[in-house]
Ligand binder design. Structure first.
Ligand SMILES: *[C@@H]1O[C@H](CO)[C@@H](O)[C@H](O)[C@H]1NC(C)=O
Ligand SMILES: *[C@@H]1O[C@H](CO)[C@@H](O)[C@H](O)[C@H]1NC(C)=O
Ligand SMILES: *[C@@H]1O[C@H](CO)[C@@H](O)[C@H](O)[C@H]1NC(C)=O
Ligand SMILES: *[C@@H]1O[C@H](CO)[C@@H](O)[C@H](O)[C@H]1NC(C)=O
Ligand SMILES: *[C@@H]1O[C@H](CO)[C@@H](O)[C@H](O)[C@H]1NC(C)=O
Ligand SMILES: *[C@@H]1O[C@H](CO)[C@@H](O)[C@H](O)[C@H]1NC(C)=O
Ligand SMILES: *[C@@H]1O[C@H](CO)[C@@H](O)[C@H](O)[C@H]1NC(C)=O
Length: 503
């Protein structure tokens, strides 16, 4: 059973300051059809695909990739994050990892990296590493270069952050655009090197989180797996930052969100198309308050995320047993764009009792069996996190700035991998969701039910915005960040579980 510190740890929503995602300016661009191979020399090695398992750590609130760094390889566990772009590891001498007091609050350090034990380690003495998250958590140290072993690929001389001071108990693998790096001087990140070292043909990968109760998902670098999705894979555009025109995040256009009942009745909850960021490092999903509040009303859900609250939106668990066929239908791009149906049991999460055992005090509510809601209200940046992403198969094409999107085929045990070397092919996956009998060989989840799904995700803060209340809960030793390092937190903190942090 997890301890209170673990709860607090998993509630640290390291949400990115995504200044870029505010508004969508539809800027057209032509899809590049040429193969990435054409730019390479004749002596290149043959590209292929690399599959890396990601562990659905319900208590850790995220998907962790077990990879290794250095020579000989040292194993580390990194949160997989499409919402940020730096890969960093915990130094074995990091302040958190050598302080019982800090670990009692932030959680025990997961595997660390010791540079002294790696013969291929190269320190980058003048490259300060500093990444800050919306809730005030973050990591600081130095950049270095070393070999990263991910899947069966060895990426050499990858620049990574080495955290000396951290309030997060694991490292993080940011797989976003290099333009979103925390570093002052941009550098080729993991996805850039995957392609430039000719391991994969272009900057592309696919993400399959699988069922909420599945133990693992997969990130597939360089390709896609047609057994893991249903029907046609649709290709939509990533939207650039409206201010600079740069591509910095996986922002796509959500054309509409409707909730459909089993009798076919649909209720449309969106008024206008919305820019939303596909963010695997965020556990819940965040929609504009105008949309979220109408949804809460429709479900009689109680929003307790306001200041002083517990940070959760509560809903009657009866929706799990009585309305199983309700689906949240996310339509992207245009009226005839791809549709992802998220079943109610991926949105109504039966995890509140677990929280209560960890110390949560649920407010007075008009229902007995209390669940939490996988959608919350946001005043700025709209994020589709794991509560959405589990229902989707998503191909991220950073070279051509496209997203391939299809309904996920949950609990699939088969594979049919296609390498992607030019534009994402609009191929067809399986015909329908695999049946329960086919899933019998799957190891069930950890039995905790739909758990601690609260936010993660990291991204560099730009330093803009106001410095909100300290992220540190009352009565807990706050880490002593250097003043310059205490970056501003955006207004997001207010809706990202501040109350829970004050447990
Ligand atoms: C899951 O995350 C928790 C909290 O960070 C950690 O203590 C635990 O070791 C992780 N479990 C696995 C299997 O990685
Ligand atoms: C950063 O961590 C180091 C140990 O790794 C510690 O000596 C130092 O005091 C920490 N700095 C701050 C500002 O907490
Ligand atoms: C990758 O690194 C591992 C560990 O050092 C090594 O055993 C393996 O041979 C390397 N693979 C390639 C293709 O270089
Ligand atoms: C963003 O775009 C501007 C202008 O187009 C350019 O000068 C700048 O270097 C870009 N920033 C990044 C991080 O690529
Ligand atoms: C369909 O179901 C919804 C929700 O259960 C209900 O409100 C609606 O009246 C039903 N519509 C029809 C036509 O039966
Ligand atoms: C929902 O309403 C918006 C605005 O009226 C519209 O653009 C969208 O197509 C509607 N979606 C559905 C599924 O009806
Ligand atoms: C997938 O497997 C999990 C764990 O066995 C199960 O709880 C879930 O209902 C399955 N999902 C589907 C869609 O079959």
């Amino acid at each position: 059973m997890a301890s209170l510190p673990t709860l607090l740890q998993l509630l640290l929503c390291f949400l990115p300051f995504l200044a870029t995602a505010q508004k969508v300016l539809p800027i057209g661009f032509s899809r590049q059809r040429h193969s990435a191979h054409s730019a390479h020399s004749a002596v290149q090695r043959r590209t292929t695909t690399y599959s890396q398992i990601i562990n659905n750590n319900l208590t850790g609130g995220g998907y962790y990739a077990e990879v290794s760094v250095g020579t000989p390889p040292q194993t580390v566990n990194l949160i997989l994050d499409t919402g940020s772009s730096d890969l960093w590891v915990l130094d074995s001498h990091a302040d958190l990892c050598s302080s019982q007091k800090l670990q009692a609050y932030y959680g025990n350090c997961l595997a660390t990296f010791d540079p002294d034990d790696s013969s291929t380690y190269v320190n980058l003495p003048r490259a300060d590493f500093s990444i800050q998250y919306v809730d005030g958590s973050g990591a600081q140290g130095n950049y270095f270069k070393d070999t990263l072993h991910v899947g069966t690929a060895n990426i050499t001389s990858l620049q990574m952050g080495l955290a000396e001071n951290t309030t997060i108990n694991s490292g993080l693998m940011g797989v976003g655009f290099a333009t979103n790096e925390a570093a002052k001087t941009p550098y080729p990140n993991i996805i850039d090197l995957f392609a430039s070292q000719d391991l994969i043909a272009k900057q592309v990968y696919s993400l399959y989180l699988d069922d909420l109760n599945a133990e693992t998902g997969t990130i597939l670098f360089g390709g896609m797996d047609t057994e893991k999705f249903i029907g046609e894979l649709s290709i939509i555009d990533i939207q650039p930052d409206s201010q600079t025109g740069n591509y910095t995040s996986f922002t796509v256009t959500l054309d509409s969100l409707a909730i459909t009942a089993s009798n076919g009745t649909a209720t449309n909850f969106t008024q206008v198309p919305l820019p939303v960021v596909l963010d695997s490092g965020t556990t819940l999903s965040y929609l504009p308050s105008s949309v979220a509040e109408n949804i809460f009303d429709a479900f009689g859900a109680v929003d307790d995320t306001l200041s002083g609250g517990t940070g959760l939106v509560y809903v009657d668990c009866d929706y799990l047993s009585n309305s199983q066929d309700l689906t949240f239908d996310f339509r992207f791009d245009a009226e005839d764009g791809p549709l992802i149906r998220v079943p109610i049991d991926e949105i109504v999460l039966d995890n509140v009792e677990d929280y209560e055992q960890l110390g949560l005090r649920v407010p007075q509510l008009p229902f007995d069996h209390v669940c939490s809601f996988g959608i919350q209200s946001s005043s700025g940046v709209y994020l589709l996190g794991d509560t959405f992403l589990r229902s989707a198969y998503v191909v991220y094409d950073l070279t051509d700035k496209n997203i391939g999107l299809a309904q996920a085929n949950l609990n699939s045990t088969k594979t049919n991998i296609l390498e992607i070397s030019s534009a994402i092919p609009s191929v067809t996956g399986v015909a329908s969701q695999v049946s329960a009998s086919q899933t019998a060989t799957i190891t069930p989840g950890n039995g905790d039910g739909g758990l601690p799904t609260v936010t993660t995700t990291a991204s560099p803060s730009s330093g803009a915005g106001d410095t909100t209340d300290s992220a540190a809960p009352r009565g807990v030793p706050a880490p002593k960040w250097e003043p310059a390092f205490v970056m501003a937190v955006s207004g997001m903190f207010a809706f990202m579980g501040a109350g829970l942090l004050a447990l």
